[in-house]
Design a binder for this molecule. Structure first.
Ligand SMILES: [Cu+2]
Length: 156
């Protein structure tokens, strides 16, 4: 019983941490550590958004990010943004390798979780869940924190 109460207290504490200092937040899944999952507030009427996270593999074996899903959007995909001449384009990124003892960044102008057909606007300070699926580590429910419309993530 005492143990249970301690667990609850720890859960409440970690919730408090999530809302107060999102930057320090990280989630573990097997050998993976997911740092600072974040998104940007969507301007009025925007039907799509994106989510970003840093994926660290502390293990000796490579893993792969194979998919993403979220209840906030009609369709969720991992995209890669790139320059095509002087046009910014993006397309589905396919399977993303997470090297052993390596890191993969999902960030503005690069890889991102694309949220298409948002069911409601993303407002600064909100949190929502994006589920990432890895070949080895399995499914991870990321708690994504919504930042400002023009947040580039660089101060984090
Ligand atoms: Cu995209």
């Amino acid at each position: 019983m005492k143990k249970f109460a301690t667990l609850i207290a720890a859960a409440i504490l970690s919730l408090g941490t999530l809302s107060a200092t999102a930057d320090a937040h990280e989630q573990k899944a097997g050998d993976l550590i997911l740092h600072h999952a974040w998104s940007r507030a969507t301007p009025n009427g925007a039907k799509s958004g994106a989510a970003y996270v840093e994926i660290e593999n502390t293990g000796a074996e490579a893993d792969q990010l194979v998919g993403a899903s979220s209840d906030v959007a009609a369709m969720t995909e991992i995209h890669q943004m790139s320059m095509d001449g002087d046009m910014m384009t993006m397309k589905p990124a396919g399977t993303i390798d997470i090297p052993a003892h390596g890191k993969v960044m999902l960030k503005p102008h690069g890889l991102h979780v694309m949220l298409m057909g948002l069911k409601k606007p993303l407002n600064e300070g909100d949190t929502f869940v994006v589920t990432l699926t890895f070949a080895k580590a399995g499914k991870v429910d990321l708690q994504v924190v919504v930042g400002k419309v023009d947040d580039m993530g660089e101060e984090h």
